[in-house]
Design a protein around this ligand. Structure first.
Ligand SMILES: N[C@@H](CCC(=O)N[C@@H](CS)C(=O)NCC(=O)O)C(=O)O
Length: 214
């Protein structure tokens, strides 16, 4: 099957899907989408009116939403690479819960801070940024405690929620640092050491350099 992943490497949710593909070792055709370019955005919205990346297409499939893409990969390629969603239903529910917490209460607020910082000072929304920081602090507290109970998280025990956590933590290093949370620091170190993350870095770092020098 020819799977096409529509994504941009700078996008956190795209990174989540990319990590899942790399962990599972499933081949795909990359289709780079540039939502910062009005023409690129308009063109992409013809394909997916919601205009969100990542999106997976292929023979008879059209799958938006990073977690749903990962569910699809796990269903179609259960024996390939890392198992990202456990077979055991209770363990799977716990992974899905961590995935939701990570997307909603870490990724989204980190993205709010990032995009607010790109705006001219008069267009910024300090109240929304303060609220985002409050949410991230609550998530850090939750993660710190959850990681204390599972020191193998992101290492020997790697799953969909770890694909979700890498990108927001990567950007949070600068936007809302977590160095006071020893377990998160150690967890991020385990994520950085994964071959899938190293492979992602090869594409991400040059893209970020281009972004910063524009
Ligand atoms: N819940 C979606 C979120 C996807 C999302 O928000 N992607 C961002 C990039 S990281 C996007 O496409 N933003 C474009 C926009 O909102 O206009 C998922 O998990 O895939």
């Amino acid at each position: 099957m020819n799977l096409k992943l529509h994504y941009n490497v700078a996008s956190t949710y795209s990174q989540k899907a990319l990590l899942a593909f790399f962990e599972k070792g499933v081949p795909f055709t990359p289709v780079v989408v540039n939502l910062q370019d009005p023409a690129g955005r308009a063109e992409y919205k013809k394909l997916y009116p919601m205009g969100k990346i990542p999106l997976l297409t292929g023979d008879g499939i059209f799958i938006p939403e990073s977690s749903i893409i990962i569910e699809y990969l796990e269903n179609e390629f259960p024996d390939s690479g890392t198992k990202l969603i456990p077979d055991d239903k209770t363990a799977a529910r716990r992974v899905r819960f961590k995935d939701r917490v990570t997307d909603l209460y870490l990724n989204d607020p980190v993205a709010s801070i990032f995009f607010d910082g790109l705006k001219p000072p008069e267009a910024r929304n300090p109240e929304a940024v303060a609220k985002a920081r409050e949410t991230i602090d609550l998530t850090y507290a939750y993660m710190e405690q959850a990681l204390a109970q599972n020191p193998a998280a992101g290492g020997a025990d790697f799953n969909m929620s770890d694909c979700a956590a890498f990108a927001p933590l990567f950007y949070a290093q600068r936007l809302h640092p977590f160095q006071d949370h020893a377990n998160i620091v150690a967890y991020f170190g385990r994520l950085m050491a994964r071959p899938s993350v190293q492979k992602l870095m090869l594409e991400l770092l040059p893209a970020l350099e281009r972004f910063n020098t524009k």
